[in-house]
Design a protein around this ligand. Sequence first.
Ligand code: CA
Length: 434
Amino acid sequence: MGTAFNATTDGALRSWVDVPDGSDFPIQNMPLGIIARACESPRVGVAIGDSVLDLAVVAEAGLLDDALPGARAILTCGTLNAFLARGRAAWSAVRARLSMLLAAGNEELRGVPGLTERALYPRTQARMHLPFEVGDYVDFYSSIEHATNLGRLFRPGAEPLMPNYRHIPIGYHGRSSTIVVSGTPIVRPNGQRRPDPQQPPLFGPSGALDIELEVGFVTGPGNALGMPILSSSAREHIYGMVLVNDWSARDIQAWEYQPLGPFLGKSFATSISPWVVSLDALEPFRVEGPRQEPEPLPYLRTSGAWNYAISLRVELQSAQMARSGHAPLTLSQPSFQGMYWNMAQQLAHATANGAVVRPGDLFASGTVSEAKPNFGSLIELTWRGTHPIVLPDGTQRVFLEDGDTVRLLGHAGGDGVPRIGFGEVSGRIVEARV
Ligand code: CA
């Protein structure tokens, strides 16, 4: 499975829509999201430069029917799920058609009177909705650096990696109902914790609110009950990727997690970026993953490059920093490319028992960490509070305070090749409710 030439990723391709230098959304990207303007109903849109193209309007003009039979119904939906259900052939056909319609020299959209006036408008005017209705949500633990760091922090003196780590992609089922789109305020969770092991547990606002920098993939058609998705057919089932901030309350988590694992310390909120970047757009950035030793069992073996060279960034800005004019502070800049377990292995593993995957299921990578200081969580960055982060205004952080805004960004390419960006996923912490 080599990197096939694909006209839609050709670096020479240009759009007739203005794309500023350094934009996350050149014509080679074309991520899909759910947009709405003013009192419009939410519908499918594509980001191009600083603009969005309303695909419901384009479909109603009949310009997408050949690529996607039933385009009007599918693209006027307020979620991507119906589109995701159509599968890879449809995904690639729509991408090829959009690439053609947006390419410099193509006049089809502009040839329909009034169409571009209605369909193409500044991205700042688009209200972004959750891009797909999340069915099931799985969160993995695929960064061996992250798993090693947490092992060192929580089990000092012991072997940091559990004996199963190099044999199975570790994960758990999360809560889909609290997956929210970027920009949604994050209410500090209340919960039970036991800060002093000599005293009874307490109930109240978490004092250890953390982030987890992750990348998630969203699935397409899915499988029948009892029929695993083989790693060799994972590409038929994975449409694309989003940035994920898996907010975590470490104090609630620490008290509740044994023996059944993450629960209320995780389920209060998970934020995702609004634009779904397709695997097709990321095709030029596939890279080999790290060598897996021991070799995984046959059902977990993959052929071809299944890791992706995506540069990530975590930024934090407190309310006081914003008031005093301090720009957000970059905390960390890990790459996604070194993840130990890849997406094909994760999907094969999650369905190895015959469990069903449906269109719009979300599978998150787990916290992305590399070597120090490029860690994807505050608990690692502050080494469990022993090395507080000093903000530009002189205040310190171990965990998040009310009013803090965290922004995760990601992109592949740039520096002479088309930049395939994810935009951002951000969230501001607001005080706990009584
Ligand atoms: Ca996580």
